[in-house]
Design a protein around this ligand. Sequence first.
Ligand code: HAM
Length: 418
Amino acid sequence: MSELRHPPGTFDVLPPDSARWEAFAATFARVVEAAGYGLILTPTFEDVAVFKRVGESTDVVRKEMYDFEDKGGRHIALRPEVTASVARAFIQHRPALPWKTWYAGSNFRYERPQAGRYREFRQVGIEAFGTDDADLDVEVIALGWEFYRALGVNRVELQLNSLGDANCRPAYRELLLNYLRERRDDLCDDHKERLEENPLRVLDCKKEPCRDLVKAVPLQIDHLCDECSTHFARVRQGLDALGIDYTLAPLLVRGLDYYTRTTFEYTGLALESAQNGIGGGGRYDGLVAAMGGPQTPAVGFALGVDRTLLAAEAEGAVLGRQPGVDVFVVDFAGGEAARDLTAALRSAGIKADRAYDNRSAKAQFKAADRSGARFAIVVGPDEAVAGNVGIKDLQQGGDQSTIPAAGVVDEVRRRLGG
Ligand code: HAM
């Protein structure tokens, strides 16, 4: 049988590298919980209908969804993103407003795997429901910004746009459509065919003919209604007041169809441009109603964990403590002392590990070094008989000293400085 490997577009994260993923989630929770966001857990798979409103003209829904019929004949999809699930949960449970949530977890998109683009990838994100106050857009954007700083990722560009709303978008859509229809021959092959479906998709098309064409297209930000214009101005004022730099990006439409008004992306400047979108989000005031709930404005973002970690690495940000233990018990007197001492150390809150199988002292000391422990507690036959143990500083060197086994917890605590 050939060797079993993880599927294409997925990867394993082993310790100690996984400490970076842990630190990521912990830092995110700290930043957003301090602003009143509470953790929400939703299923990793949903009825496929939940994701339909994410956009039937988007690649995410049309081409990349992991969907299947389950054994009960239900049409199920692994979530390609979390926003639609949170909106579904909102409609189902009707929590009091405003409702501010955060999440962390895996998403699945059948994309062509490459560095920074995976079929299973992790996101953290926030979603806030119940007000269209532009200050909330600013809060959301600022939290992402603050989080990157807390993580040590500093080379981030914030791109900002407004996509208008149900009031002004239809007229802009018509304007854009007419403009592009007249130039249909200049579009990429895909958009020649699919122009009518959603002309906005042309704006962020990566293919050369479309990129050329959009240089002179009419822009939504020049055709906002008064309400959207005032809203956008307030968002910009808020970002200015908080000292958050942004670049206006009038072609930014994002890869999902539910956005209204504010849309934004965080770009990791240390990454290659194909995968430098490290996070993004925006307002989606129409999604809850489109999914059958009450009209409820909402705004949020999701950050790509794996991709942001690539950016952190490229910037040389050091993330995550080394896991590992404080103490390693080396026992060549039969193993009972190792069993009892590690248990006593652990229940005293000291991180402790040991070797198994009565291995040689040499092999155990090697394991102790590999464990990253600061101290080795050494139990040889003589010490065991006398009720003593040796303690040796593995990091600073020096001689091994002998202490009573009964005092080991206090001595380790004292030496660790607590
Ligand atoms: P999104 O732009 O599709 O937005 O994804 C957000 C982030 O997830 C991206 O910026 C990227 O860092 C990461 N990401 C997306 N696809 C992949 C992939 N195949 N491999 C690695 N990382 C990836 C959303 O998902 C929206 N739900 C964001 C949102 C929340 N809007 C409002 N609220």
